[in-house]
Write a new protein. Structure first.
Length: 200
């Protein structure tokens, strides 16, 4: 099984926000979507990898921050099922509070940075619990509840690899992994526990 990293070309920059895709017997499975503002870049990267964006039937969201899940609604409109933490699903279905929080943080730059935001219909949403498994043909994906960065954060174990969202940190200019700490629900104790769990 091959996990491909795709560049969303966020704000026209290479290497800023990436997502992952796996080919399965049930079509491509996407892990996070990046923001809606980078949707055109993600579509170009998918097509460069030989994947039609409309063929993506499964989107696994690590958490609902817009740099990770901001374009989930677009894939749902193409018919994809969107998988997420139980605490994330209500915000995907009704993103008003999420968008209000984003606007408080980013002001007039919110839409430029993150693009449009729309609801994901409940019919396209599936809640994943801790250790719950999704089988897409011979690919098995296990959801791991990994709070710390956000209370609604999931990592995904796939064939011995872990797609860890932000719980594993971010890197700038090939530097060390550092924890991104946006408000409001950072919990250092939970974060350490989640890292220990993934390390194990």
């Amino acid at each position: 099984m091959d996990i491909q990293t795709l560049d969303t070309l966020f704000l026209g920059q290479e290497g800023s926000i990436g997502v992952f895709v796996i080919e399965t017997d049930e079509g491509p499975a996407l892990f996070d979507t990046g923001p809606a503002s980078a949707l055109d870049g993600l579509i170009r990267s998918l097509e460069k990898a030989g994947i039609s964006p409309k063929d993506v039937r499964h989107v696994f969201v690590t958490h609902i921050h817009l740099d990770h899940a901001g374009a989930a609604w677009w894939f749902a409109r193409q018919g994809a099922k969107v998988y997420a933490h139980v605490k994330a699903v209500p915000h995907l279905a009704d993103p008003f509070r999420l968008w209000s929080s984003v606007k408080r943080l980013y002001g007039s730059m919110a839409e430029t940075l993150w693009g449009e935001i729309h609801p994901v219909p409940y019919s396209n949403l599936r809640v994943l619990g801790d250790n719950e498994q999704v089988s897409l043909g011979d690919v098995n994906i296990i959801a791991l509840d990994t709070p710390g960065h956000a209370i609604h954060h999931l990592a995904y174990m796939v064939d011995g690899a872990v797609i860890c969202g932000d719980i594993g940190g971010v890197r700038f200019n090939k530097g060390p992994a550092i924890p991104p700490c946006p408000p409001p629900d950072i919990n250092i104790k939970d974060w350490i526990h989640s890292i220990e769990r993934l390390s194990a």
